[in-house]
Design a protein around this ligand. Sequence first.
Ligand code: SF4
Length: 372
Amino acid sequence: MKVTFPHMGQVWVPLKTLFDKNGVECIVPPKCSKNTISLGAKYSPEWVCMPFKTILGNYVEALELGADTLIGVAGPGLCRLGYYAKLHESILRDLGYEFQMCTFDWQEKQIVGLAEFIKTLLREDSWRKIVGDIKFGLTQLFYLDDIERHTHAIRPREREQGTTSKIWQTVGDRICAAHDPATLSKTKKQIMDELNAIPQVPGVRPLRVGILGEFFMSMEPFVNMDLEEELGKMRVEITRGAWVSDWAKVWLFLEALGFGHGKKVKKAASPYLKHDVSGDAMQSLGETALHAQEGYDGIIHLQPFTCMPEIIAQNMLPQVSRDHDIPVMSVILDEQMGKAGLVTRLEAFVDLMERRRYRKEREGKVGSKAQG
Ligand code: SF4
């Protein structure tokens, strides 16, 4: 068995570790690239959203490298995502590939369903071992998210541009290579120390911007054209709304126990959207209002072309922006989009936010609470 799975940010790290530790050969698809997107777009229906095309491209690249077992997610819900694994399978079989498709319904039994899925896939008898492996994988995810959050704070303040990103590019491999809890926590500490040692420009007051919108687009840097890095170069400190560790908290029932802030988000979104329309629309609206209350300078809303939930959110966002006095820039992403165009739009948005902050400060209303 040669297992593969699609990319989404750093999710490949705990998956590869899981298979390595259990002696299962795992083919991590090449990082998302132009080739991935063009393969995906070539074999996908034209109207389908960017996550579908990217995932299909990942599968084709991994199959070409010899993978024979594909992992995908399925499940109910209003978003089309739940049906994508079936469609991917059908397209890939039409292309002549032979493989086994293993789908995991992430909504049905959540963390319990994940444990059952892994147990069957690995043909492992011991529940104790499976639970230990999942716990270790979740620790990796939580550490990765902690480190990435820290890069968001350091990047806009670094003296030499690109230093933070250079360290960040090594993080996935280093966390993946740590196969026991002690090595893992030592590795995390080393990385955090390296980030803290990056020389910073004194007195910088970065603009604070929330990155909201569709989960996959926010998580995968190639499809959002390295938005976070580009904003960091413009000395903007970002806060991303989508984190796999936050998602895992839902799985771990922490939301139900009151540790998440889903209820707060729903309440903030309720004047604009009464019902969940799936995807991340509720979060896009609610978090925009909450970010405004926290003094953010602006919001960038990411949506894949043809994404139903985010089209709904996009139509409400101008009203949220007016009601809460926060600038919002919506970015529609597809395989036709060019990076230069995005960077130009970002520069204009940053100018707008700077002027707004200057005006507010002169009027005595400080918009951004960030201090360098
Ligand atoms: S939320 Fe939108 S972009 Fe994401 S999978 Fe669903 S339809 Fe596609």
